[in-house]
Design a binder for this molecule. Structure first.
Ligand code: CA
Length: 234
């Protein structure tokens, strides 16, 4: 919380040019934002994946991992905060590529700070980028609009509850979800430890989603619950 009592808005800047980075940080701090600055792509990606940011200002040309790579990984991980791209040249293909990868807006260098601030405010007003239509981890995809699940391109038929359970696991991927949370979100019921409805549902879901494939995505964390995540090396 900021001193005003309003929740603070956090912005991540990923920019390797020291002067530009410092200048942007200072300007955004003066405009009332909480700002972190990463000076290369990998640091930027690491911070962006923490999920702490309301918006990312992302330079394209970066050491260690370029802006395209950062954006791709951010979107793939299910983060949907607005991303404002900074490109060095006004190249149509750069812009198209950025927008295709899920950037929300772009600015061509050099730009006036007031221009950047206006874009930032517009993006924040627009709120989080559109809800994703497809949730994915590794080669597993869940299409929310078409109510369809595929793994490695093969269609998987799920019951309505199994679909909801998989959707929850995908939305919160990497988090250990306690049975009580699954019970309330998928079955709309208070957790009763006598019932094995969740264990049974997870077992059925695994039989369809995991067992026919080499890599297991759904893990049981003993005494805690379940977690869905991509195997390490993917
Ligand atoms: Ca740069």
């Amino acid at each position: 919380m900021s001193v005003s009592g309003l929740p603070s808005v956090k912005i991540l800047i990923v920019e390797d040019e020291p002067k530009t980075g410092d200048y942007l940080r200072q300007g955004l701090v003066e405009a009332g934002f909480v700002v972190d600055l990463a000076r290369d792509g990998l640091d930027g990606l690491h911070l962006a994946l923490s999920g702490d940011y309301d918006l990312v200002v992302l330079d394209v040309m970066l050491p260690s991992l370029d802006g395209w790579g950062v954006l791709k990984s951010v979107r793939r991980s299910g983060q949907h905060m607005p991303v404002l791209f900074l490109t060095a040249r006004d190249q149509v293909e750069d812009r198209v590529r950025g927008l295709e990868l899920g950037a929300d807006d772009y600015l061509v260098k050099p730009f006036a700070f007031s221009e950047l601030l206006a874009r930032v405010r517009t993006l924040l007003r627009r709120g989080k980028a559109k809800e994703p239509e497809v949730l994915r981890v590794a080669d597993l995809e869940l299409d929310l609009l078409r109510r369809r699940v595929t793994r490695a391109g093969a269609r998987i038929d799920l019951t309505a509850k199994e679909f909801l359970l998989l959707e929850l696991l995908l939305r919160r991927q990497g988090e250990v979800l306690p049975r009580s949370l699954i019970a309330s979100q998928v079955w709309d019921m208070n957790f009763d430890s006598d019932t094995n409805v969740i264990e049974v549902a997870v077992r059925r879901l695994r039989a369809k989603v995991d067992e026919p494939f080499e890599q297991r995505l759904i893990r049981t964390v003993r005494g805690m619950g379940y977690v869905l995540e991509a195997p390490e090396q993917m």
